[in-house]
Design a protein around this ligand. Structure first.
Ligand code: RUB
Length: 322
């Protein structure tokens, strides 16, 4: 389990980060566990695999891609178990499902890039926040298509993921300007579109993304700038259809004020929520691999993709293709 503990630590400490990457890493974790499990029988295999699942699911609470990826794999393995599969067959089923999730994820991002790039026009000024692989992929695709545009990136305190985005765009030869988070409203009148990623999309079309996203969306609405979200359907939260809330991760205060400086701030409470919620009224469209939807249609994606009907769970997303 050492490798899984290390992987879980990498996710928790954000060496692996970004919702899509977290989901793929979690699926990979189950696959690694399956390869290493030394079980006498299938019951023991399932017990050990569940341990890896518990460890991985506890790493970060907000990105819904994490539980969705884990459940995607576990559902298929459990199905094989119920059919009486032996240890080797269970091992194979886990590895196969994890690889399938990885492919599904990469294909979804490729599709979103194609669809999203069509929305970018020559001369556009696009603002983004944090570091979304989906957003970068859309922008790179637009650049590939010969479109000329520029991007404003907020630095995204306290972890400065905006720098990663700025670096990736500069490397792709896309003109990019890095600004401090609090300058977002100052620059908004110059912006044509805001383009962001998502950690979770709720049944009512609210988008959970890096802290500060909702302020940017508010400034965009004021300036009549359109807000686009790029999100694969495995970031849609099935539990929110039943009224559950997406938990907002609280990160250590040391990310805001380094430990050595805390002494100068005696008596000061520091709180560090990592994500916020942008209500659907502040979002124009969500670009998914299945097409563009208004945020209000999120519930339809959940019902179709996850096979939900009111009062009944049919888990299409989690069921094996036969
Ligand atoms: C990353 C973040 C990203 C989304 C989408 O937060 O908020 O915008 O996860 O990313 P953190 P992607 O750095 O705390 O993980 O499009 O790559 O899934």
């Amino acid at each position: 389990m050492e490798e899984i503990i290390k992987l879980a630590e990498d996710i928790r400490e954000m060496r692996i980060r970004g919702a899509a990457e977290i989901g793929r890493a979690a699926a990979r974790g189950l696959s690694i566990a399956a390869m290493k499990i030394n079980a006498k029988n299938s019951e023991e295999f399932m017990k050990e695999l569940n341990k890896a699942y518990d460890l991985l699911i506890s790493t970060r609470p907000t990105a819904v891609s994490l539980p969705n990826a884990l459940m995607y794999v576990m559902h298929r393995v459990k199905k094989a178990y119920r059919r009486g599969a032996d240890v080797n067959a269970l091992r194979e089923a886990t590895i196969k499902a994890a690889e399938e999730f990885r492919r599904t994820s990469l294909e979804a991002i490729r599709r979103i890039s194609e669809i999203g790039a069509r929305r970018i026009r020559n001369g556009d000024v696009i603002m983004t926040h944090c570091n979304s692989s989906v957003v970068i992929s859309i922008l790179k695709e637009a650049k590939k298509q010969g479109k000329e545009f520029q991007v404003i990136v907020t630095e995204t305190r306290p972890r400065f993921q905006g720098r990663l985005t700025a670096k990736a765009l500069a490397e792709a030869e896309i003109p990019v300007t890095l600004i401090i988070d609090s300058a977002a409203r100052y620059f908004m009148p110059k912006v044509d579109k805001v383009l962001i990623g998502a950690d979770a999309v709720t049944a009512n079309g609210a988008v959970v993304n890096k802290i500060g996203t909702s302020q940017i969306a508010l400034a965009a609405k004021e300036a009549r700038v359109r807000v686009f979200v790029g999100a694969e359907t495995y970031k849609f939260s099935p539990n929110t259809i039943l009224g559950e809330l997406v938990e907002i991760e609280e990160r250590p205060p040391e990310e805001v004020v380094p430990k050595e400086e805390m002494e100068n701030l005696k008596g000061v409470k520091i709180t560090n929520p990592a994500f916020d919620i942008t209500p659907p009224e502040y979002i124009d469209i969500i670009i998914t691999e299945r097409g563009i939807i208004p945020p209000q249609a999120a519930v339809l994606i959940l019902m179709e993709e996850f096979g939900w009907t009111i009062g009944e769970e049919t888990t299409k997303f989690f069921s094996e293709d036969e």
